[in-house]
Design a protein. Structure first.
Length: 346
């Protein structure tokens, strides 16, 4: 595979996480970065030894000679970045959430298809070994028929995390808060491992954090396969806890504690539960937004770049990226309307 020339748009937290991972990949090289100002881009380029800095994404796309753009920008900027990439024939990887709404996500998918570019989305936890192992247990039927699925995403963020940002927790710029930013990681694993959610009821509230949108959300789920489930999410859950995905089947159970790198499971006929561990996925992100390991990012980037080289569909394209967003958007609708609402999981 030829060397992948990468451009980064954004100079914040996620951009640093992307470059940290990319420096571990000899098959890729970051050749340019664009920020909200040339000064920010130059500072970021100097910090990471990136050859070129640009004052805007359009300039990077026009002059940077890149193959893939990593969009590490707030959600409200992503549709236009996909449009610009399509115009220049440059593939694009967008951070989660891929968009603020399903309407925006669908527009991005259509723009990428019309422009014959690959649209990748970021849910790096899918590539961690214990998440993949949990999915294998469910799909192989080792737990029997799944009947209950519970996700707990009790994170903690200091108030300054929001006060120091112009967009976090904003309806206009982020489209939501804890559900669309933090809990969406666990929601994506819930959907990927256990299958589509058909309908749900939910409530969201802003109880502690100094933000416009929700810092707490709960939902009751009905899966397409008949299972029932729940989601509990917050960024006010001091001191912050690893996501827990618990699955009960007719013949067994599994408990994935994602950021602790631990999977516990047992099936009928086994005397004791099995405990599996993966140090590579241990993370402190539920307490510290900067404490995210790189292994999942590296695997996600490699999957995308390999698909681009082969002309195939990556594991996490736009269609996959919208699945967790569909659950989040349904939770917002259900909280406003009351009752059960359907989930637009196409």
């Amino acid at each position: 595979m030829a060397l992948i020339r990468v451009g980064i748009v954004g100079t914040g937290l996620s951009a640093n996480q992307h470059v940290t991972a990319l420096r571990q990949m000899p098959e890729a090289s970051v050749v340019g970065v664009a920020g909200t100002s040339r000064e920010k881009a130059r500072a970021f380029a100097a910090m990471w030894d990136i050859p070129a800095a640009f004052d805007s994404a359009p300039t990077l796309l026009a002059e940077g000679a890149i193959d893939v753009l990593h969009a590490c920008v707030p959600p409200d900027a992503r549709v236009e970045l996909v449009r610009a990439c399509a115009a220049h024939g440059v593939h694009i990887l967008v951070e989660k959430p891929m968009a603020r709404t399903l309407a925006e996500a669908d527009a991005m998918i259509d723009i990428a298809a019309a422009g014959s570019i690959t649209l990748g989305s970021m849910f790096q936890n899918r590539f961690t070994p214990l998440a993949q192992r949990t999915r294998q247990l469910v799909q192989a039927g080792d737990l029997g028929r799944v009947i209950i699925v519970e996700l707990s995403a009790r994170w903690y963020r200091e108030a300054e995390y929001y006060r120091g940002s112009a967009w976090r927790g904003s309806r206009e710029r982020e489209g939501g808060a804890v559900l669309i930013n933090q809990a969406i990681h666990g929601i994506d694993l819930l959907r990927w491992i256990c299958g589509p959610v058909q309908e749900l009821s939910a409530r969201v509230a802003t109880q502690v954090q100094p933000i416009e949108m929700e810092d707490t959300g709960i939902a009751t789920l009905r899966f397409a396969n008949g299972a029932l489930g729940s989601i509990v999410a917050t960024t006010a859950g001091w001191p912050g806890f690893s996501d827990r995905l618990e699955i009960q089947g007719t013949d067994g159970w599994a408990r994935l504690i994602q950021a602790e790198g631990r999977l516990e499971w047992q099936r009928r006929g086994m005397r004791e539960p099995v405990a599996e561990h993966a140090k590579s996925q241990v993370s402190g992100a539920s307490r510290d937004p900067a404490a995210t390991p790189s292994a999942g990012h590296v695997a996600a980037f490699r999957d995308l770049y390999s698909a681009i080289a082969a002309g195939t569909r990556p594991a996490l394209d736009g269609i996959e990226g919208r699945r967790a967003l569909a659950i989040v958007e349904a939770m917002y609708r259900a909280s406003t309307r009351g009752g059960w609402v359907s989930v637009d999981d196409r």
